[in-house]
Design a protein around this ligand. Structure first.
Ligand code: BT5
Length: 252
């Protein structure tokens, strides 16, 4: 039983024991008319999706996968690039509050604790009969032990010494944090304010980074800022360059 009551943003929260991908399921529901504020939560995905064709892998019983459907009809479509970033910010703020872990963002939207990945976010635009919508997925490692980590760069709330690993508490806190930040973003056009809030929690800014553009092309420099479209601004020997979320950034 979830503690989240349907409110001004959350219209319904469905919980299933397992599925392929909550993002795929919710996108399908969106095409069939699911309303803004629909949430789908599961404990296990057999085909969890990452960005750029990668996969999200998490064992049953020790992780959370959830997807949120929003239809930001009032927001200009060029501002939608902020959705994955503000979701990352919501996860960081929610986990700091609920679990007391020093969560940070690695641009664009990996959630790290002590340089290891605690949560991943995948935002996907979906065309539906009533207009475009966005499905935002969050994968969170809750109680994985060291030998259960899918990759050595991962961590879990339990390994990070979290104050709670209670799923309902975590889900409720993340949904509340998202609703707060989303509603501020939807009702304002001050992306600079989001940029500032994001930068305050972003481990990438001020660091030496290597940006991989293609197999044989990379750029190194110092990450300086997030611009008005949520892109990363890097100072290189040859001047400033701006990168989008499809470019792969390694912290050095
Ligand atoms: C992400 O992709 O980090 C986005 C993950 C989004 C997962 C959620 S779960 C709910 C919703 N439904 C879905 O089907 N997906 C979303 P990306 O930045 O591409 O990172 C993927 C990479 O992270 C993989 O290639 C691995 O290296 C690593 N990885 C995979 N599983 C991990 C895990 N459980 N913890 C930490 N790292 C992981």
């Amino acid at each position: 039983e979830l503690l989240v009551k349907p409110g001004s943003l959350w219209r319904r929260v469905d919980v299933v024991a397992s599925t392929g991908s909550t993002n795929a399921d919710l996108a399908q529901k969106a095409r069939h008319g699911a309303e803004s504020g629909s949430v789908l939560v599961t404990g296990f995905q057999s085909a969890g999706r990452g960005r750029l064709g990668r996969s999200w892998v998490a064992p049953a019983e020790s992780s959370i996968a959830l997807s949120l459907l929003v239809r930001p009809d009032q927001v200009a479509s060029w501002r939608w690039t902020w959705l994955p970033l503000l979701t990352g910010l919501a996860v960081v703020e929610g986990l700091r509050r609920a679990a007391d872990v020093p969560a940070m963002l690695k641009w664009p939207n990996d959630v790290l604790v002590r340089e290891r990945k605690l949560a991943g976010i995948l935002a996907e635009r979906v065309e539906t009969p009533s207009g475009p919508a966005c499905v935002v997925g969050i994968g969170l490692n809750v109680s994985l032990a060291e030998d259960e980590l899918p990759v050595p760069t991962a961590t879990s709330l339990q390994l990070a010494g979290a104050a709670t690993t209670n799923r309902n508490t975590l889900i409720a806190t993340i949904l509340r944090a998202f609703a707060l930040i989303y509603q501020q973003w939807e009702s304002s056009d001050d992306d600079a304010a989001f940029g500032a809030a994001y930068i305050a929690r972003c481990a990438t800014i001020g660091r030496q980074v290597k940006v991989v553009l293609a197999a044989d092309s990379e750029v190194t420099g110092t990450a300086e800022a997030i611009d008005g479209d949520g892109r990363l601004v890097v100072r290189t020997a040859a001047g400033r360059r701006t990168f989008g979320a499809a470019d792969i950034v390694h912290l050095r």
